[in-house]
Design a protein around this ligand. Sequence first.
Ligand code: GN1
Ligand code: MG
Length: 369
Amino acid sequence: MAISDSFVKEILNAYDLPGTYTGHRVLNYGHINDTLVVELDEGDKVTGYILQRINTNVFKNAEELMENIESVTSFLAEKIRNNGGDPDRETLTVFHTKDGKSYHICENNDCWRIYNYVSHAHSLQFIEDPEDFRKSGEAFGKFQCMLSDYPSETLHETIPDFHNTVSRFSALLTAIEQNLSGRKDNVKEEIEFALQREKDTHILVDLLEKGKLPLRVTHNDTKLNNVMFDDDTGDGICVVDLDTVMPGLSLYDFGDSIRFGANTASEDEKDVSKVSLDLGLYEAYVKGYLGAAGESLTEEEIKYLPFSAKLMTYECGIRFLSDYLNGDTYFHTDYPEHNLVRARTQFALVADIERKYDEMCKITMKYAK
Ligand code: GN1
Ligand code: MG
Protein backbone atom coordinates (compact mmCIF):
# COMPACT_ATOMS: atom_id res chain seq x y z
CA MET A 1 0.00 0.00 0.00
CA ALA A 2 1.62 3.24 -1.09
CA ILE A 3 -0.03 6.38 0.22
CA SER A 4 1.23 9.77 -0.93
CA ASP A 5 2.00 12.64 1.42
CA SER A 6 -0.58 14.78 -0.33
CA PHE A 7 -3.24 12.15 0.33
CA VAL A 8 -2.30 11.99 4.02
CA LYS A 9 -2.46 15.78 4.16
CA GLU A 10 -5.92 15.75 2.62
CA ILE A 11 -7.11 13.50 5.46
CA LEU A 12 -5.32 15.48 8.16
CA ASN A 13 -6.93 18.60 6.80
CA ALA A 14 -10.30 17.30 7.90
CA TYR A 15 -8.98 17.28 11.49
CA ASP A 16 -7.81 19.97 13.83
CA LEU A 17 -4.69 18.30 15.23
CA PRO A 18 -1.85 20.47 16.51
CA GLY A 19 1.46 20.55 14.60
CA THR A 20 2.82 20.23 11.07
CA TYR A 21 2.85 16.98 9.18
CA THR A 22 6.41 15.67 8.76
CA GLY A 23 5.92 12.19 7.32
CA HIS A 24 4.45 8.73 7.79
CA ARG A 25 5.31 5.05 7.81
CA VAL A 26 3.17 2.07 6.93
CA LEU A 27 2.31 -0.61 9.51
CA ASN A 28 1.43 -3.64 7.48
CA TYR A 29 0.46 -6.36 9.89
CA GLY A 30 -3.31 -6.58 9.60
CA HIS A 31 -5.14 -8.53 6.92
CA ILE A 32 -8.09 -6.16 6.80
CA ASN A 33 -7.45 -2.45 7.35
CA ASP A 34 -4.52 -0.32 6.11
CA THR A 35 -2.60 1.38 8.89
CA LEU A 36 -0.10 4.24 8.96
CA VAL A 37 1.70 6.12 11.69
CA VAL A 38 1.80 9.84 10.90
CA GLU A 39 3.94 12.38 12.70
CA LEU A 40 3.06 15.96 13.52
CA ASP A 41 5.75 18.37 14.65
CA GLU A 42 4.53 20.67 17.38
CA GLY A 43 7.81 22.58 17.76
CA ASP A 44 8.84 21.27 21.16
CA LYS A 45 7.77 17.67 20.45
CA VAL A 46 6.69 15.34 17.68
CA THR A 47 3.42 13.46 18.20
CA GLY A 48 2.49 10.27 16.39
CA TYR A 49 -1.05 9.29 15.40
CA ILE A 50 -2.50 6.14 13.91
CA LEU A 51 -4.21 6.78 10.62
CA GLN A 52 -6.26 3.83 9.49
CA ARG A 53 -8.35 3.09 6.43
CA ILE A 54 -11.48 1.18 7.41
CA ASN A 55 -12.08 -1.74 5.08
CA THR A 56 -15.70 -1.04 4.19
CA ASN A 57 -15.89 -4.23 2.17
CA VAL A 58 -15.54 -6.10 5.48
CA PHE A 59 -17.14 -3.55 7.81
CA LYS A 60 -20.21 -2.50 5.88
CA ASN A 61 -21.45 0.08 8.35
CA ALA A 62 -18.68 2.48 9.39
CA GLU A 63 -21.08 4.55 11.45
CA GLU A 64 -22.07 1.62 13.67
CA LEU A 65 -18.50 0.33 13.80
CA MET A 66 -17.22 3.64 15.10
CA GLU A 67 -20.11 4.00 17.51
CA ASN A 68 -19.08 0.69 19.11
CA ILE A 69 -15.43 1.65 19.31
CA GLU A 70 -16.05 5.10 20.72
CA SER A 71 -18.35 3.85 23.39
CA VAL A 72 -16.15 0.89 24.37
CA THR A 73 -12.99 3.02 24.49
CA SER A 74 -14.69 5.74 26.59
CA PHE A 75 -15.91 3.04 28.96
CA LEU A 76 -12.39 1.60 29.21
CA ALA A 77 -10.81 5.03 29.63
CA GLU A 78 -12.97 5.75 32.61
CA LYS A 79 -12.12 2.44 34.26
CA ILE A 80 -8.42 2.95 33.60
CA ARG A 81 -8.58 6.46 35.04
CA ASN A 82 -10.41 5.22 38.13
CA ASN A 83 -7.74 2.56 38.63
CA GLY A 84 -5.02 5.19 38.51
CA GLY A 85 -3.86 4.22 34.99
CA ASP A 86 -3.10 6.34 31.95
CA PRO A 87 -5.89 6.13 29.32
CA ASP A 88 -3.61 7.72 26.68
CA ARG A 89 -1.39 4.65 26.78
CA GLU A 90 -3.77 1.94 27.98
CA THR A 91 -6.60 2.31 25.51
CA LEU A 92 -7.29 3.76 22.08
CA THR A 93 -8.87 7.19 21.71
CA VAL A 94 -10.79 8.16 18.60
CA PHE A 95 -10.09 11.69 17.31
CA HIS A 96 -12.90 13.69 15.80
CA THR A 97 -12.90 15.62 12.53
CA LYS A 98 -13.50 19.35 12.47
CA ASP A 99 -17.17 18.65 11.97
CA GLY A 100 -17.32 16.27 14.91
CA LYS A 101 -17.28 12.93 13.11
CA SER A 102 -15.38 9.85 14.28
CA TYR A 103 -14.12 9.11 10.74
CA HIS A 104 -13.50 10.98 7.51
CA ILE A 105 -14.73 10.06 4.05
CA CYS A 106 -12.27 11.16 1.35
CA GLU A 107 -13.15 12.32 -2.14
CA ASN A 108 -12.42 8.81 -3.45
CA ASN A 109 -14.87 7.44 -0.83
CA ASP A 110 -12.15 5.90 1.34
CA CYS A 111 -13.07 5.92 4.98
CA TRP A 112 -10.27 6.90 7.42
CA ARG A 113 -10.07 7.30 11.18
CA ILE A 114 -7.42 8.62 13.56
CA TYR A 115 -6.36 7.11 16.89
CA ASN A 116 -3.69 8.01 19.41
CA TYR A 117 -0.37 6.30 18.80
CA VAL A 118 0.74 4.44 21.91
CA SER A 119 4.28 5.73 22.38
CA HIS A 120 7.20 3.81 23.97
CA ALA A 121 5.46 0.56 23.13
CA HIS A 122 5.79 -2.12 20.48
CA SER A 123 3.84 -5.02 19.04
CA LEU A 124 5.14 -8.55 18.45
CA GLN A 125 4.60 -10.70 15.39
CA PHE A 126 6.11 -13.80 16.89
CA ILE A 127 6.82 -15.03 20.41
CA GLU A 128 10.44 -15.63 21.35
CA ASP A 129 10.14 -15.41 25.10
CA PRO A 130 7.21 -17.29 26.73
CA GLU A 131 7.04 -14.49 29.28
CA ASP A 132 5.78 -12.15 26.53
CA PHE A 133 3.01 -14.57 25.73
CA ARG A 134 2.06 -14.82 29.39
CA LYS A 135 1.83 -11.04 29.43
CA SER A 136 -0.34 -11.02 26.34
CA GLY A 137 -2.67 -13.50 28.10
CA GLU A 138 -2.76 -11.19 31.05
CA ALA A 139 -3.64 -8.21 28.82
CA PHE A 140 -6.53 -10.03 27.15
CA GLY A 141 -7.71 -11.47 30.47
CA LYS A 142 -7.75 -7.98 31.96
CA PHE A 143 -9.50 -6.58 28.90
CA GLN A 144 -12.19 -9.23 29.33
CA CYS A 145 -12.62 -8.35 33.00
CA MET A 146 -12.81 -4.60 32.39
CA LEU A 147 -15.64 -5.14 29.92
CA SER A 148 -17.51 -7.63 32.09
CA ASP A 149 -20.08 -5.01 33.15
CA TYR A 150 -20.33 -3.29 29.77
CA PRO A 151 -23.97 -3.30 28.57
CA SER A 152 -23.54 -5.74 25.69
CA GLU A 153 -27.02 -5.17 24.26
CA THR A 154 -25.93 -1.65 23.22
CA LEU A 155 -23.25 -2.96 20.87
CA HIS A 156 -23.83 -3.38 17.15
CA GLU A 157 -22.83 -6.69 15.63
CA THR A 158 -20.16 -5.31 13.29
CA ILE A 159 -19.84 -8.64 11.45
CA PRO A 160 -22.81 -10.91 12.13
CA ASP A 161 -22.00 -14.51 13.06
CA PHE A 162 -18.29 -13.69 13.14
CA HIS A 163 -17.27 -16.74 15.18
CA ASN A 164 -20.32 -18.84 14.49
CA THR A 165 -18.47 -21.91 13.28
CA VAL A 166 -21.65 -23.50 11.94
CA SER A 167 -22.16 -20.50 9.62
CA ARG A 168 -18.46 -20.49 8.73
CA PHE A 169 -18.76 -24.14 7.77
CA SER A 170 -21.75 -23.51 5.59
CA ALA A 171 -19.90 -20.60 3.93
CA LEU A 172 -17.15 -23.10 3.13
CA LEU A 173 -19.67 -25.48 1.57
CA THR A 174 -20.96 -22.62 -0.59
CA ALA A 175 -17.41 -21.70 -1.60
CA ILE A 176 -16.72 -25.33 -2.59
CA GLU A 177 -19.97 -25.54 -4.50
CA GLN A 178 -19.49 -22.25 -6.36
CA ASN A 179 -15.75 -22.68 -6.93
CA LEU A 180 -15.58 -19.07 -8.14
CA SER A 181 -11.79 -19.13 -8.52
CA GLY A 182 -11.75 -22.49 -10.33
CA ARG A 183 -9.16 -23.68 -7.76
CA LYS A 184 -11.18 -26.47 -6.19
CA ASP A 185 -9.16 -29.31 -7.67
CA ASN A 186 -5.93 -27.97 -6.08
CA VAL A 187 -7.33 -28.28 -2.59
CA LYS A 188 -8.98 -31.69 -2.40
CA GLU A 189 -6.95 -32.72 0.64
CA GLU A 190 -7.67 -29.50 2.52
CA ILE A 191 -11.39 -29.75 1.75
CA GLU A 192 -11.38 -33.33 3.00
CA PHE A 193 -9.63 -32.29 6.23
CA ALA A 194 -12.21 -29.57 6.83
CA LEU A 195 -15.24 -31.75 6.08
CA GLN A 196 -14.06 -34.51 8.41
CA ARG A 197 -14.33 -32.14 11.37
CA GLU A 198 -17.83 -30.80 10.81
CA LYS A 199 -19.11 -32.12 14.13
CA ASP A 200 -16.72 -29.84 16.04
CA THR A 201 -18.38 -26.78 14.54
CA HIS A 202 -21.57 -27.28 16.58
CA ILE A 203 -20.10 -27.71 20.03
CA LEU A 204 -19.71 -24.14 21.33
CA VAL A 205 -22.66 -22.81 19.35
CA ASP A 206 -24.89 -25.45 20.97
CA LEU A 207 -23.58 -24.78 24.48
CA LEU A 208 -24.27 -21.07 24.02
CA GLU A 209 -27.77 -21.77 22.74
CA LYS A 210 -28.50 -24.01 25.72
CA GLY A 211 -27.28 -21.28 28.10
CA LYS A 212 -24.34 -23.38 29.28
CA LEU A 213 -21.79 -20.78 28.23
CA PRO A 214 -22.31 -17.08 29.01
CA LEU A 215 -22.46 -14.43 26.31
CA ARG A 216 -19.90 -11.73 27.15
CA VAL A 217 -18.39 -8.69 25.50
CA THR A 218 -15.30 -10.04 23.78
CA HIS A 219 -12.56 -8.79 21.49
CA ASN A 220 -12.90 -11.53 18.87
CA ASP A 221 -9.53 -10.94 17.19
CA THR A 222 -6.98 -11.62 19.89
CA LYS A 223 -3.93 -12.04 17.72
CA LEU A 224 -0.63 -11.43 19.45
CA ASN A 225 -0.06 -8.33 17.32
CA ASN A 226 -3.21 -6.75 18.72
CA VAL A 227 -1.47 -6.08 22.04
CA MET A 228 0.97 -3.21 22.59
CA PHE A 229 3.83 -4.01 24.97
CA ASP A 230 5.54 -1.33 27.02
CA ASP A 231 9.14 -0.81 25.83
CA ASP A 232 10.52 -0.70 29.38
CA THR A 233 8.50 -3.18 31.40
CA GLY A 234 7.43 -5.49 28.56
CA ASP A 235 3.90 -5.54 30.02
CA GLY A 236 0.94 -5.81 27.65
CA ILE A 237 -0.47 -2.35 28.25
CA CYS A 238 -3.00 -1.74 25.51
CA VAL A 239 -5.31 -3.98 23.51
CA VAL A 240 -5.87 -2.61 20.01
CA ASP A 241 -7.90 -3.47 16.89
CA LEU A 242 -11.32 -3.07 18.43
CA ASP A 243 -13.35 -3.47 15.23
CA THR A 244 -14.77 -6.79 16.27
CA VAL A 245 -15.53 -6.04 19.93
CA MET A 246 -19.00 -7.55 20.15
CA PRO A 247 -20.97 -9.96 22.27
CA GLY A 248 -19.21 -13.33 22.04
CA LEU A 249 -17.69 -16.18 24.01
CA SER A 250 -14.57 -15.80 26.15
CA LEU A 251 -13.48 -19.02 24.44
CA TYR A 252 -13.24 -17.24 21.09
CA ASP A 253 -10.68 -14.87 22.54
CA PHE A 254 -8.67 -17.52 24.32
CA GLY A 255 -8.69 -19.89 21.32
CA ASP A 256 -7.69 -17.26 18.80
CA SER A 257 -4.73 -16.15 20.91
CA ILE A 258 -3.42 -19.70 21.09
CA ARG A 259 -3.97 -20.25 17.38
CA PHE A 260 -1.68 -17.39 16.50
CA GLY A 261 0.78 -17.10 19.38
CA ALA A 262 1.46 -20.70 20.41
CA ASN A 263 2.18 -21.83 16.85
CA THR A 264 5.90 -22.54 16.38
CA ALA A 265 5.60 -21.15 12.85
CA SER A 266 4.02 -18.03 11.45
CA GLU A 267 0.52 -17.99 10.04
CA ASP A 268 1.85 -18.01 6.49
CA GLU A 269 4.79 -20.40 6.83
CA LYS A 270 5.15 -22.36 3.59
CA ASP A 271 6.90 -25.30 5.21
CA VAL A 272 4.15 -26.92 7.27
CA SER A 273 6.63 -29.23 8.96
CA LYS A 274 7.59 -26.18 11.05
CA VAL A 275 4.04 -25.83 12.37
CA SER A 276 3.27 -27.18 15.82
CA LEU A 277 1.59 -26.24 19.08
CA ASP A 278 4.23 -25.21 21.60
CA LEU A 279 3.04 -26.59 24.94
CA GLY A 280 5.33 -24.27 26.86
CA LEU A 281 3.72 -21.28 25.18
CA TYR A 282 0.27 -22.75 25.74
CA GLU A 283 1.06 -23.00 29.43
CA ALA A 284 2.42 -19.45 29.58
CA TYR A 285 -0.77 -18.06 28.04
CA VAL A 286 -3.07 -20.12 30.27
CA LYS A 287 -1.18 -18.86 33.29
CA GLY A 288 -1.42 -15.19 32.24
CA TYR A 289 -5.01 -15.39 31.03
CA LEU A 290 -6.42 -17.35 33.96
CA GLY A 291 -4.42 -15.23 36.38
CA ALA A 292 -6.17 -12.11 35.09
CA ALA A 293 -9.61 -13.43 34.11
CA GLY A 294 -9.89 -16.67 36.02
CA GLU A 295 -12.20 -15.49 38.76
CA SER A 296 -14.76 -14.26 36.27
CA LEU A 297 -14.83 -17.47 34.20
CA THR A 298 -17.21 -20.35 34.79
CA GLU A 299 -16.09 -23.96 35.20
CA GLU A 300 -17.62 -24.78 31.84
CA GLU A 301 -15.63 -22.04 30.10
CA ILE A 302 -12.37 -23.28 31.63
CA LYS A 303 -13.16 -26.84 30.64
CA TYR A 304 -13.47 -25.85 26.98
CA LEU A 305 -10.28 -23.74 26.76
CA PRO A 306 -8.20 -26.43 25.00
CA PHE A 307 -11.06 -27.20 22.63
CA SER A 308 -11.43 -23.51 21.79
CA ALA A 309 -7.80 -23.42 20.61
CA LYS A 310 -8.55 -26.23 18.21
CA LEU A 311 -11.85 -24.75 17.07
CA MET A 312 -10.56 -21.23 16.46
CA THR A 313 -7.61 -22.61 14.50
CA TYR A 314 -9.96 -24.76 12.45
CA GLU A 315 -12.31 -21.82 11.88
CA CYS A 316 -9.50 -19.60 10.68
CA GLY A 317 -8.33 -22.41 8.38
CA ILE A 318 -11.74 -22.78 6.76
CA ARG A 319 -12.02 -19.00 6.37
CA PHE A 320 -8.67 -18.88 4.52
CA LEU A 321 -9.68 -21.88 2.44
CA SER A 322 -13.06 -20.34 1.59
CA ASP A 323 -11.40 -17.10 0.58
CA TYR A 324 -8.95 -19.02 -1.62
CA LEU A 325 -11.87 -20.79 -3.30
CA ASN A 326 -13.75 -17.50 -3.68
CA GLY A 327 -10.78 -15.86 -5.41
CA ASP A 328 -9.17 -13.91 -2.51
CA THR A 329 -11.83 -11.31 -1.99
CA TYR A 330 -11.67 -10.94 1.80
CA PHE A 331 -8.16 -11.11 3.31
CA HIS A 332 -5.28 -9.02 1.98
CA THR A 333 -2.93 -11.36 0.12
CA ASP A 334 0.63 -10.77 -1.09
CA TYR A 335 0.75 -13.57 -3.69
CA PRO A 336 -1.79 -15.86 -5.38
CA GLU A 337 -1.42 -18.88 -3.08
CA HIS A 338 -1.22 -16.86 0.14
CA ASN A 339 -4.62 -17.89 1.47
CA LEU A 340 -3.93 -21.54 0.68
CA VAL A 341 -0.59 -21.40 2.49
CA ARG A 342 -2.40 -19.89 5.49
CA ALA A 343 -5.14 -22.52 5.40
CA ARG A 344 -2.49 -25.26 5.37
CA THR A 345 -0.69 -23.88 8.43
CA GLN A 346 -3.98 -23.69 10.31
CA PHE A 347 -4.91 -27.28 9.46
CA ALA A 348 -1.42 -28.52 10.37
CA LEU A 349 -1.84 -26.79 13.72
CA VAL A 350 -5.29 -28.36 14.23
CA ALA A 351 -3.73 -31.78 13.63
CA ASP A 352 -0.99 -31.08 16.15
CA ILE A 353 -3.48 -29.81 18.72
CA GLU A 354 -5.39 -33.07 18.29
CA ARG A 355 -2.18 -34.97 19.08
CA LYS A 356 -1.42 -32.85 22.16
CA TYR A 357 -4.97 -32.44 23.36
CA ASP A 358 -4.72 -34.48 26.58
CA GLU A 359 -1.58 -32.63 27.57
CA MET A 360 -3.31 -29.29 26.95
CA CYS A 361 -6.20 -30.35 29.19
CA LYS A 362 -3.79 -31.27 31.99
CA ILE A 363 -1.98 -27.94 31.75
CA THR A 364 -5.27 -26.04 31.80
CA MET A 365 -6.48 -27.81 34.92
CA LYS A 366 -3.22 -27.04 36.69
CA TYR A 367 -4.10 -23.32 36.59
CA ALA A 368 -7.85 -23.60 37.12
CA LYS A 369 -8.90 -22.68 40.62
C1 GN1 B 1 -7.96 -10.72 10.38
O1 GN1 B 1 -7.07 -7.68 10.72
P1 GN1 B 1 -6.42 -8.80 11.42
O2 GN1 B 1 -5.24 -9.27 10.67
O3 GN1 B 1 -6.18 -8.50 12.86
C2 GN1 B 1 -9.38 -11.17 10.68
C3 GN1 B 1 -9.37 -12.15 11.84
C4 GN1 B 1 -8.50 -13.35 11.50
C5 GN1 B 1 -7.10 -12.84 11.15
C6 GN1 B 1 -6.22 -13.96 10.68
C7 GN1 B 1 -12.17 -8.64 10.78
O4 GN1 B 1 -7.46 -10.02 11.48
O5 GN1 B 1 -10.68 -12.62 12.09
O6 GN1 B 1 -8.40 -14.24 12.57
O7 GN1 B 1 -7.15 -11.84 10.10
N1 GN1 B 1 -10.23 -10.02 10.99
C8 GN1 B 1 -11.43 -9.87 10.42
O8 GN1 B 1 -4.90 -13.56 10.74
O9 GN1 B 1 -11.91 -10.68 9.64
MG1 MG C 1 -8.27 -7.26 13.09
